[in-house]
Design a binder for this molecule. Structure first.
Ligand code: G3P
Length: 215
């Protein structure tokens, strides 16, 4: 499973890129609003740090406007994927943009039927929001399972990005289901490698090694 970082923060991106496990980045208007750089400069900087796809969200609401905004965004760097919310206007725009070879990440996906239509419209990625479904007492991972089954049934090439990830368990479940990608906030990314038994084990080995070198 590929790991994307869900952030617009350059320091976080640089840090996780240095771990050697970063495959891409997803941003959204909320994440961009937390940063201090002008939007286009921020996007260019992120794309420079990450070799893989960088999702940047369109904020237009009508199909023609989404299309022109997406064309402009995709011109900012070669690795841009435009994020478009999955509604009727978004679907129309996705069909046009995917025919032009622009990668679309259909976002705010909360049902398997939305994911089916996104794939039919030619989206390169779909982003089911797992944590937000869990927040309203649904089981977000069931949605991922349903989407993966539908895509397998028809050999869709659209990749599933498990989004709105809140804890390491979401990442593990996504991998067990065979999701293509999980997009993970920095705080969760750090937790993926942490285990208290590892830290205790390192401490014990270091203490014992001192006994060896003190001889
Ligand atoms: O990738 C989508 C993600 O940023 C949404 O996460 O935590 O706002 O539900 P959250």
């Amino acid at each position: 499973m590929k790991l994307f970082l869900d952030t617009a923060n350059l320091r976080e991106i640089e840090e996780v890129a240095s771990w050697g496990i970063l495959d891409g980045v997803t941003t959204n208007p909320t994440l961009c609003s937390r940063e201090n750089l002008p939007f286009e400069k921020l996007v260019r900087e992120i794309c420079r740090l990450v070799p893989g796809p960088v999702s940047v969200e369109c904020v237009s609401t009508r199909a023609e406007e989404i299309v022109s905004e997406a064309r402009k965004l995709s011109g900012l760097a070669p690795n841009i994927a435009v994020k478009i919310p999955v509604n009727l206007e978004g679907l129309k725009a996705t069909r046009i943009l995917s025919a032009e070879g622009i990668k679309v990440n259909m976002t705010l996906v909360f049902s398997p039927s939305q994911a089916l239509l996104a794939a039919r419209a030619g989206a390169a990625f779909v982003s089911p929001f797992i944590g937000r479904l869990d927040d309203i007492s649904h089981h977000g991972m069931e949605l991922v399972e349903q989407i993966l089954t539908i895509y397998e049934n028809y050999n869709f090439v659209t990749e599933v990005i498990v989004a709105s990830v809140r804890h390491p368990g979401h990442v593990v479940e996504a991998a067990l289901l065979g999701a293509h990608i999980a997009t993970v906030p920095y705080s969760v990314m750090e937790k993926l490698v942490k285990h208290p038994m590892t830290d205790i084990g390192i401490d014990r080995f270091l203490q014992d090694w001192k006994k060896v070198t003190d001889k």
